[in-house]
Design a protein around this ligand. Structure first.
Ligand SMILES: NC(=O)c1ccc[n+]([C@@H]2O[C@H](COP(=O)([O-])OP(=O)(O)OC[C@H]3O[C@@H](n4cnc5c(N)ncnc54)[C@H](O)[C@@H]3O)[C@@H](O)[C@H]2O)c1
Length: 378
């Protein structure tokens, strides 16, 4: 969707962080903007910022509107769609952006129903509700459109917690949505936005956790659960984010991605090694022969460097700086074995900002040294 001026954008989570920055940026592009959030005072602050920049409320003949929404509630999201259509008559750009840090208070098995309901409700079901409420109406409108689903870099690396689980799911949902729209030749694009570390209030997300889904620590008897550790982690991560990329910079990148119709937008290259590592590990699980990628595991038998049963690690700086890892656990019969590392299919490549194609290219053949090491077992 190249031409933004005059079109209508709906942004969830517009009371803070990236959502607020998107609303401001879209208004500056001349779009009419529906800013939606669960936190009324935060939404008011967004409206006030918009007003300072000359973007008045729709009721006053202006171009912006604020709507209260709980994105985890399908009725509330349908009401948001109704409000947007009745205010502006159309929606062209939908940003399913609201999200929370979610459950961080122990291992995954200690999470309660309420933890799952809150985290998955706000981060994943929100996107399901969003596309069900808006996409049929956007299709019926027949105009060019675009949908942005805010995933995360945690969607493309190995998931580390419940948040990561939800973001992997949002990425997968975005890919399915894009394919289904393409199959119908719909003029609606999809961008899976994967921000890195952005200076927002994400790790203060518990402020909006509904009372009904709160789990006072005292009430949780699971032995592994530790609300205090969760709090500490939230504080640590809040400080880390504070030093991150300004949300306005993400808004700039996003507007460019929407104009280009980019399927993926990764805000930086800081996560490249972890992205690569995950996909190499997955490919290393493929049984057999050439083309297997990344980590080769050899179990038992002769030929292993480092003696029976020892796990050795060979690191080779393959190709364009890619580091691959070959593990031989004592010997022969390596699964995976020699083969190109990385490969054209690596996720993230074209979507990463700064040096397009830097990730996922030029790595084939770079793993000779490691392949040799793995080959010692296989
Ligand atoms: N900040 C980062 O480093 C980072 C990195 C990757 C992805 N993200 C994602 O970016 C998106 C935006 O978050 P942010 O970082 O700007 O955090 P933020 O806390 O500053 O903004 C999130 C907004 O979502 C709203 N919200 C929370 N629950 C809601 C609900 N049930 N219904 C409606 N609105 C609700 C909050 O009130 C808040 O205004 C999230 O999906 C988050 O997971 C953030």
């Amino acid at each position: 969707m190249d031409n933004l001026a005059g079109r209508v954008a709906v942004v969830t989570g517009a009371g803070s962080g990236m959502g607020r920055a998107f609303a401001l940026r879209f208004a500056a592009e001349g779009m009419r903007v529906v800013a939606a959030d669960i936190q009324p005072d935060a939404l008011d602050a967004t409206l006030a910022e918009l007003a300072v920049l000359g973007h008045e409320e729709a009721g006053h003949g202006g171009q912006v509107a604020a709507v209260a929404v709980d994105v985890a509630d399908p009725d509330s999201v349908r009401a948001l769609a109704d409000a947007a259509y009745s205010r502006f008559g159309a929606v062209h750009l939908l940003c399913n952006n609201a999200g929370v840090e979610g459950y961080l208070d122990g291992p995954i098995w200690a999470a309660t129903d309420k933890d799952w309901d809150w985290t998955v409700g706000v981060n994943f079901w929100s996107v399901v509700h969003g596309i069900r409420a808006f996409v049929p109406r956007m299709l019926a409108g027949g105009e060019p459109g675009h949908i942005v689903n805010t995933c995360s870099m945690t969607a493309v690396v190995r998931a580390g917690n419940m948040y990561g689980i939800t973001k992997h799911a949002v990425l997968a949902l975005s890919e399915v949505l894009a394919a289904d729209l393409r199959a119908r030749d719909a003029p609606i694009g999809v961008t899976a936005l994967c921000p890195g570390v952005i200076a927002t209030n994400l790790f203060r997300g518990s402020r909006n956790r509904p009372t009904a889904l709160r789990e006072p620590d005292d009430d949780v008897t699971a032995p592994d659960r530790d609300g205090r550790a969760g709090l500490e982690q939230r504080e640590r991560m809040h400080a880390t984010l504070a030093a991150g990329m300004p949300p306005a910079q993400v808004a700039d990148l996003l507007v460019d991605a929407i104009r280009r119709g980019a399927g993926y937008l990764l805000t930086d290259h800081d996560w490249d090694d972890r992205i690569r590592e995950r996909h190499e590990l997955i490919m290393a699980g493929a049984v057999g022969g050439a083309g297997a990628v990344g980590e080769a595991r050899a179990a038992g038998g002769a030929g292993a460097v480092g003696g029976a049963g020892a796990v050795i690690e060979a690191r080779a700086a393959g190709g364009a700086g890619a580091v691959i890892e070959a593990r031989a656990a004592g010997g022969a019969g390596a699964v995976g074995g020699a083969g190109a590392v990385g490969g054209a299919g690596a996720v993230g490549g074209a979507g990463a900002v700064g040096g397009a194609g830097a990730l996922g290219e030029a790595r084939a053949g770079g793993g000779a040294g490691a392949a040799d090491a793995a080959g010692g077992g296989g």
